[in-house]
Design a protein around this ligand. Structure first.
Ligand code: PLP
Length: 431
């Protein structure tokens, strides 16, 4: 038999996409699933997904609207856009109208559209969420990483931003500020936000304020930077984190009227790509942004569980010699293992990638390496998502307590046991 002719098309990939790996968070999830299939016990502290269920009133609203089948307006269901504007008025005192809101199938997709339609550099602090920089690479934009310090809880300072603008002060730039932060859980004080806003305003930058974890500020005290630079700030939000509905795919961008040209340009591209966001999901989302006592109660429970759990874990990690601070919100920690470098070097661990790989291999505990968030390769940092527990069970137990004191270590052992076991295993491994 002769050699078979290859009739399939040759590989011709867009240069910007060649070599682009699967998003780091999704890749770790697949690796965990593979190990589980082999019968290994795996602790999933890698994927950043809310452990909590979607609040019942929002689920009920989705059921009622399952029959909604028509294509929706490209910018989103008007009722929802009104409700999102109303939500920011209530929660942040920011005066936006429905016309200023754009709805999309996840805020990630909206961020991609923004980078596509705006012609400028992307400025992000390091560490930053895993997808901002790859999106810029796909589109062919320059990315400027701004350094942060562990001592300052990995937060961007106004001075760093000033330094970036020294040459070419009015170059078009988008700065992404994400707080509470993925990967560190840290947030900014009003004064820190004011200082950053002042620099952004002076240099006419566009600020994309990624507030997807805003409602998961552990003390319910989230402040938007849009209060201090309304003319140039786009607020990014959605249902994925605080509403536990990542798989529903609904994100929101809220613009100042002065940036209507950007909203309109994004809507034009949306009309030629995703067309509109799922109709039933948009109707259900109206209920979530409406808020009310049931939603507040749900959020109170989520916040207190996350706050206490973070405190417990941080204490254990510190005792094991890891450098880490208590977070302000979300469900992440960004521990620095460099104080244990010598010990880790003996295990042949010299980079964050080796740290995450060895830990998973030897103990089944999955975390994400700091390098995925833009940190230097040989820095021994990692992101730890403390979400490996049954959130349905935990939240219904929290709902029964009479005082927040009952959400103590015993409560955490009972309802968030898997995550705490993973931390114990990690600490033992470090010894
Ligand atoms: C910081 C941050 N921004 C944005 C997103 C995207 O969220 P979605 O596309 O689900 O709205 C995520 C999700 O992991 C995130 O962590």
């Amino acid at each position: 038999m002769g050699k078979q002719k290859n009739n399939s098309p040759d590989i011709h990939l867009n240069l910007n996409v060649r070599g682009l790996p699967l998003s780091a968070t999704l890749a770790i999830n697949e690796k965990c699933n593979q190990l589980r299939k082999q019968g290994r016990q795996v602790y999933k502290l890698g994927l950043g997904q809310s452990p909590f269920p979607v609040p019942q009133p929002v689920v009920d609203e989705l059921k009622v609207n399952a029959h909604q089948k028509d294509y929706q307006a490209v910018k989103g269901l008007f009722q929802l856009r009104e409700m999102v504007a109303d939500y920011y008025r209530r929660s942040q005192g920011i005066n936006h109208s429905a016309e200023d809101v754009l709805i999309g199938p996840g805020s990630k997709e909206l961020m991609f559209l923004l980078q596509l339609v705006y012609y400028g550099d992307l400025i992000i602090p390091t560490p930053s969420w895993v997808s901002y920089a790859p999106q810029a690479h796909i589109i062919g934009r320059h990315v400027r990483w701004l350094p942060t310090q562990r001592e300052n809880n990995w937060k961007l300072t106004a001075q760093e931003l000033v330094a970036q603008c020294k040459h070419d002060p009015l170059k078009p730039r988008i700065v992404i500020l994400n707080y509470p932060s993925n990967p560190s859980g840290m947030s900014y004080s009003a004064d820190e936000l004011k200082a950053i806003a002042k620099v952004a305003m002076k240099h006419k930058m566009i600020l994309l304020s990624d507030e997807i974890y805003g409602e998961l500020h552990h003390r319910g005290k989230h402040i938007s930077i849009a209060r201090f630079y309304p003319e140039g700030t786009i607020i990014s939000g959605g249902l994925s984190k605080w509403c536990g509905a990542g798989g529903w795919r609904l994100g929101t961008f809220t613009f100042p009227p002065s940036l209507r040209w950007l909203l309109d340009a994004m809507a034009s591209v949306a009309s030629e790509t995703f067309t509109a966001t799922s109709a039933p999901i948009q109707y259900a989302a109206v209920r979530s942004f409406k808020g009310g006592i049931k939603i507040e109660n749900y959020l109170w429970n989520c916040r207190i569980i996350l706050r206490r759990l973070a405190r417990n874990i941080v204490a254990k990690l510190k005792e094991a010699g890891v450098a880490v601070s208590e977070p302000d919100g979300a469900f992440y920690l960004f521990p620095d293992f460099s104080p244990l470098r010598e010990k880790l070097n003996k295990k042949k661990i010299n980079s964050s990638l080796e740290l995450a790989d060895k830990l998973l291999e030897e103990t089944g505990v999955a975390i994400l390496p700091g390098v995925s968030f833009g940190r230097p390769e040989n820095e021994l940092t990692a992101r730890l998502a403390y979400v490996d527990f049954d959130g349905v069970r935990a939240i219904s137990a929290a709902d029964q307590v009479k005082s927040e004191k009952e959400i103590n270590d015993e409560f955490l052992e009972t309802y968030c046991g898997n995550t705490l076991t993973a931390i114990d295993i990690l600490c033992k491994w470090l010894k």
